[in-house]
Design a protein around this ligand. Structure first.
Ligand SMILES: CC(C)(COP(=O)(O)OP(=O)(O)OC[C@H]1O[C@@H](n2cnc3c(N)ncnc32)[C@H](O)[C@@H]1OP(=O)(O)O)[C@@H](O)C(=O)NCCC(=O)NCCS
Length: 226
């Protein structure tokens, strides 16, 4: 337990340029407190003390603003920066040296008791406010941009940004936005544009037929004129 806390403090010192001393980190980093309490909760959970585990996790949330289900699996060297608003679901799995910034959600999409939360492989960084939802996997060394919503697997060594999340870089090379098969997601802006285009086509057809009627009646008028 103490070794793990020492590791957590070392991780913060390595990854947060604002951290000035180990003592300061121990006293004032909610991410360190949340991880320590999660280890207690997880230990109770694995021993079958489910309600006590949930209570410790609830206490951790009250103290730190970070909500981690006791069953969630964490590797070593995880860095939780700022923390407030982070939610980690029951079947989430977090690898080694992962960084989670403020407001990250590792959430589920299913209401069944099955693997329904994401797996983050080693060295993944998730930017502030990003939402990763469903039983998807974010590959090793990938980075998820602040505010992104990721609902499909992310390959290793990639950068994903946007809503829905799209790969903008892979193995250090810029890519034009790999299609992550997200065309089934509703896009209200493009839908509104499609409806406007349909309307314009309809109006053009009406205008054409009116013009033709006018032309015909004009010819008739001329023919009838003395
Ligand atoms: C996603 C991220 C890791 C990318 O970093 P990077 O590889 O250096 O990429 P760049 O900054 O060169 O940006 C590449 C492109 O993605 C866009 N982009 C970057 N981050 C974005 C984001 N979060 N959402 C949408 N687009 C983003 C940039 O505008 C740029 O677009 P362009 O090519 O059209 O100009 C980084 O921008 C990020 O979001 N980090 C999280 C930081 C954070 O949460 N800090 C809070 C601490 S509490």
């Amino acid at each position: 337990m103490f070794d793990a806390i020492r590791d957590d403090i070392r991780t913060v010192m390595e990854r947060d340029p604002a951290a000035r001393s180990r003592f300061e980190v121990l006293l004032s980093y909610p991410g360190v407190h949340a991880l320590a309490l999660h280890r207690v909760a997880n230990g109770l959970w694995r021993r079958g003390w489910l309600t006590s585990a949930r209570f410790v996790s609830h206490l951790a949330r009250f103290l730190t603003g970070i909500e981690i289900h006791p069953a969630a699996k964490f590797g070593r060297g995880v860095f939780i920066d700022h923390g407030m608003g982070i939610v980690v679901g029951e079947t989430a799995e977090i690898g080694n040296n992962v960084s989670l910034l403020q407001g990250v959600t590792l959430g589920g999409t299913s209401t069944r008791r099955e693997k329904r939360h994401p797996t983050l492989r080693d060295n993944v960084t998730v930017g502030a406010g990003a939402k990763i939802i469903g039983a998807i996997t974010v590959g090793e060394n990938s980075r998820v941009g602040a505010g992104s919503v990721v609902v499909r697997d992310v390959p290793p060594n990639a950068v994903v940004v946007g809503v829905p999340g799209r790969v903008t870089s892979k193995d250090g090379q810029r890519v034009g936005g790999i299609d992550m098969n997200m065309t089934d997601l509703p896009d209200p802006v493009s839908r509104a544009i499609e409806q406007l285009v349909e309307k314009i086509h309809g109006l053009e057809a009406d205008l054409d037929s009116l013009r033709k009627q006018l032309e015909r009646s004009g010819i008739q008028d001329k023919e009838e004129a003395p």
